[in-house]
Design a protein around this ligand. Structure first.
Ligand code: MF3
Ligand code: CO
Length: 267
């Protein structure tokens, strides 16, 4: 089901988004060589419990953790376990929380210690893909404009755009309509309307777009074993342009300042 959100609902998602983004920032500041993903999940559980929000992933279709943590060739949905970080890894952290009945969903990729120039470039271009997608989220633009923005920027750099997983509408449910592919044709697809809230999440591979699922039934990896990066924001389409509801205090692209919501824009 697709729902358009009122300014009051968007304001609730913004408050919840601040919680999601704050926890992601703390996780990104905490991750270091030697740490296991299970430790990061335990911190996530504690920080959510202290926040006034509820975990959204735990128990979702049987998902066993609070956080998705995907290292290097893992694209998304890595289940936090005993795998430990090492210097030079790239780590993608994906978190959703539910606040006053509304879900906010966000992700980022970071380097652990010093990483290769190739890995730096993949992370930078993936974050740029998300910013270019957000810039398209204007009333009257179309879903295809979002996907086209991601795809053209990624492919210009020789990267593969993951097609098997997509972004999504978000609200009372984590996954609402419409689906938001990271590829598409400019000017095609559903027209964007004020009140639409989308989780846009480019997953970009250093090599081919091909992915596979591990035997754990969750972890998505690149088929060629090369690196993958992931950035995600929850964003509202408003008459005043796109508003990012999951802005982080750190690890942001400078362009986010254009899309910062007012603290209280609900009447
Ligand atoms: N953030 C992911 C998404 O947008 C959800 C992770 S799957 C879960 O689809 F099982 F962990 F919830
Ligand atoms: Co999502």
């Amino acid at each position: 089901m697709m729902t358009l959100k009122s300014p009051r609902e968007i304001d609730i998602i913004r408050k919840g988004g601040k919680i999601t983004a704050g926890i992601l920032t703390r996780l990104a500041q905490t991750a270091r060589p030697g740490m296991t993903m299970r430790e990061l999940d335990a911190l996530t559980e504690r920080w959510i419990a202290e926040s006034g929000a509820l975990p959204t992933f735990k128990g979702y279709r049987g998902y066993p953790a609070h956080l998705c943590a995907s290292i290097n060739e893992e694209v998304v949905h890595g289940i936090p376990g005993e795998r430990a970080l090492k210097e030079g890894d790239i780590l993608s952290l994906d978190l959703a929380t539910t606040y006053q009945g509304y879900v906010s969903d966000s992700a980022l990729s970071i380097g652990i210690g010093a990483i290769s120039p190739e890995a730096e470039r993949l992370i930078r271009v993936t974050q740029e893909c998300l910013m270019l997608a957000i810039a398209q989220m204007q009333v009257g633009k179309r879903l295809g404009d979002i996907g086209h923005a991601v795809q053209s920027h990624a492919e210009r750099h020789g990267y593969g755009v993951v097609r098997d997983l997509v972004g999504h509408g978000i609200g009372k449910e984590m996954h609402e309509e419409p689906q938001v592919p990271n590829y598409g044709t400019a000017g095609a697809g559903m027209a964007l309307r004020a009140g639409l809230v989308l989780a846009v999440e480019p997953m970009i591979n250093e090599g081919t777009e091909e992915v596979a699922m591990l035997d754990d039934g969750w972890t998505i990896v690149t088929a060629d074993g090369k690196l993958s990066a992931h950035f995600e924001h929850t964003i509202a389409v408003t008459p005043n342009g796109p508003k990012i509801l999951t802005l982080r205090p750190h690890f942001e692209h400078p362009d986010v300042e254009r899309y910062r919501p007012q603290e209280e824009f609900a009447a």
